[in-house]
Design a protein around this ligand. Structure first.
Ligand code: IVH
Length: 671
């Protein structure tokens, strides 16, 4: 009996796979939707009765399995990181790329041209022909595991026939949301009173990075593939074909969907293809933000190599941004987390390349004067790739005389404090130290995904917390009690538990996230990582001098100064203290080797009998400590050798501990 079921299951799956490919990849179905649904129902039904016979490659998994607790990190193949692409914004820049190829290769290579899909990069791993693991690109080295979610995308084959003997290979491509699917997700969300996705790319990312695969399954995502990486047992790439276009043909034969690759003999043909594709890119039904030009031959690709960010054998050509005209209904002022006031144009909503634009940043008052943008004006608005829409210029012929000139308010629209604009700066700021709008933005940034990543703590909740005086700074989040939350609007017991748990979990976030979350000027996510790597704790970072910070490769003078200024401010020191009390992790990534002198600051004065200055310095540093030249309150020890200078007196005045050579050797563990 079980044998009969097995056979029926296998036959059903094969049949469904064939129809899936015909429908979702080849666009030429042989049966009606309802016939297909009937087959799928039979499969799901049979599998639910015989769970022991469910396989990893069963199309029944398309409906989405059990929700996960978290998205786990996955390391991409270290031999082939997921690089990004260099951009060309004009035909001139594309020609320069061609010029570099000729210069480096001594010949003009054949190149492929293919659409650059505006979605998110993913990696699919196949073993013995079965799709076993899928991940997002992430930072190119590590992504998030989203296998179950990717299985719900019908055009991703769950089982394929790989070339003979190839046990393992990876396919990379772009998951995207077709425009019509995007419209339907948003109109449904609108009906449910949920926040709308700004564009298909955000919607695709939000739909794929889901804990519940059933949500992903409901979103009609799709995928185009753009790279094939066959690998040996050791993970190193092996040779199966020798060019990109041959790899794409092979992928097509295996049933992977692709957006179309055109092989061109040289740069002249590339330019023609770029122009031809530009003419039709609005008619595709999905967002394309350009084309990718790739050197076709793998041998030549290897010869050209890559920088740390992108390959030298490929470039993304971006078409000029798209524009539309619309009216400026109002100019409002937004208060940022540093108190900066940014004027924003509220626009009559207008469609630009598939998404609706209703706001555009005007940057600052000078910019508004320069472009002479008035309330009521008809303006050109531009949207290009990643950037926020911007107002390009005013259509002066449309002026009626009823337009109003904008003036920066004298008082902060959020808290009524004075607005000031420091001499020589373009940005006006709110002077209020307790401005709720600033605080809102600070908290929003603090809990955002790139920072402390506190799920469930979004703008709506933060607004309520502030309005009720439940938090006064970011550390206040850690003092919230469950009872504080249950009294809030739309906060069921379960939601309160989720919020508490998310806040609690964030206490353990690595230091670099906290540093970024604090919003120290010039400390972005990347700089925060560098700082956390170079210090073993927040305390040693707080003690670091400008010179020490500048000595770290990649840390420039503005960052160094800004960090020192931040920790010199009493209110920030107090904030760090309350975070410490709240049990927030303040430990850095740097492990001091001996650990014994971790974070300790030394000043050496006078002559040591047993070692030279440099040797002493190296010994201290090898144990995690640091040596500076001037004595300050931050100094932990002054090591006084023979004939010490005035530094000893200074140390006495400041109450810094003075030790002799013997004690110093004890500290170093050398006697
Ligand atoms: S090739 C090493 N081809 O664009 C080559 N990428 O800006 C890197 N993308 O991370 C990728 N369409 O997610 C390639 N036809 C295409 C693409 C494409 C979209 C994405 C991809 C990549 C990003 C780089």
């Amino acid at each position: 009996m079980a044998d009969g079921v097995s056979r029926r299951l296998e036959k059903l799956r094969d049949e469904i796979r064939r129809h899936e490919r015909l429908y979702y990849v080849d666009n030429s179905p042989e049966i009606s939707d309802s016939q297909f649904d009937a087959l799928m129902r039979e499969l799901v039904d049979l599998e639910s009765k015989h769970p022991e016979l469910v396989t990893e490659d069963s199309p029944a998994l398309r409906v989405g399995g059990e929700p996960a607790d978290e998205l786990k990190p996955v390391a991409h193949n270290p031999n082939v990181p997921m690089l990004s692409l260099d951009n060309a914004y004009s035909l001139g820049e594309l020609e320069e790329f061609g010029g570099r190829l000729v210069k480096n290769l001594g010949e003009e290579p054949a190149c492929t041209v293919e659409p650059k899909i505006d979605g998110l990069g993913v990696s699919l791993i196949y073993e013995d022909g079965v799709f076993v693991q899928g991940a997002t690109r992430g930072d190119g080295v590590t992504g998030e595991e989203v296998t179950a979610n990717l299985r719900t995308i019908h055009s991703i084959p769950l089982r394929v026939h790989p070339p003979r003997g190839l046990k393992r290979f990876e396919v990379r491509g772009e998951v995207y949301m077709p425009r019509d699917a995007f419209e339907s997700v948003n109109s449904q969300r609108e009906a449910e009173g949920l926040a709308l996705f700004a564009n298909p790319r955000n919607c695709a990312a939000g739909s794929l990075r889901q804990l519940d695969p059933k949500v992903t399954a409901s979103r009609n995502l799709d995928m185009f593939v753009y790279a094939f990486i066959p690998t040996g047992q050791d993970g190193r790439p092996v040779k199966v074909v020798d060019s990109h276009h041959a790899a794409m043909a092979l992928l097509a034969a295996m049933g992977f969907k692709q957006a179309g690759v055109k092989l061109c003999k040289g740069m002249k043909e590339v330019a023609e293809e770029v122009a031809r594709f530009g003419g039709k890119r609005d008619t595709l039904g999905f967002d394309v933000d350009g084309v990718v030009v790739k050197v076709d031959s793998y041998r030549l690709q290897a010869e050209l190599g890559a920088t740390s960010k992108f390959p030298r054998w490929a470039i993304a050509f971006k078409y000029p941004a798209q524009q539309a005209t619309t009216r400026v209904l109002d100019i409002q002022v937004q208060v940022g987390r540093t108190g900066a006031l940014t004027p924003v144009a509220i626009l009559e909503p207008v469609e630009i390349s598939g998404s609706t634009v209703a706001r555009a940043t005007l940057h600052n008052e000078d910019e508004i004067r320069r472009k002479d943008i008035r309330i009521g004006d008809t303006v050109f608005v531009e949207k290009g790739g990643e950037v926020i829409p911007k107002v390009v210029k005013v259509v002066e012929s449309k002026r009626t005389g009823a337009e109003r000139v904008f003036h920066m308010p004298q008082k902060c629209p959020a808290c009524g404090s004075a607005v000031f604009r420091p001499e020589g700066e373009v940005v006006a700021r709110c002077a209020g130290s307790a401005c709720p709008a600033q605080l809102l933005e600070k908290l929003r940034h603090f809990s955002s995904r790139g920072a402390m990543d506190i799920e469930h703590v979004g703008p709506a909740l933060i607004e309520q917390l502030l309005a009720r005086g439940l938090v006064h700074d970011v550390s206040g989040l850690y003092r919230l009690r469950r009872d504080d939350l249950t009294g809030l609007e739309r906060m069921a017991d379960k939601s309160a538990d989720n919020v508490m748990e998310a806040i609690n979990k964030s206490r353990a976030q690595p230091l670099h996230r906290l540093l970024f979350a604090l919003g120290i000027r010039y400390v972005g996510a990347r700089v925060a990582k560098i700082l956390a790597k170079n210090f073993d704790s927040m305390d040693s970072l707080a003690k670091a001098s400008e010179a020490e910070l500048k000595a770290i490769p990649e840390i420039g003078p503005s960052v160094a100064q800004s960090v020192v200024v931040f920790f010199a401010q009493e209110s920030n020191v107090r904030l760090v203290e309350s975070l410490r009390e709240a049990g927030v992790n303040l430990k850095g990534d740097k492990k001091a080797s001996g650990g014994a002198l971790a974070g300790k600051q030394f000043v050496i004065t006078g002559t040591l009998a047993s070692m030279g200055r440099n040797e002493a310095k190296e010994s201290i540093e090898s144990m995690g400590g640091r040596v500076t030249s001037a004595v300050s309150k931050k100094t932990d020890y002054v090591v006084a050798g023979a004939d010490p200078g005035s530094k000893v007196e200074k140390a006495g005045e400041l109450g810094v501990k003075i030790i002799g050579e013997k004690e110093f050797l004890d500290l170093l563990g050398q006697k």
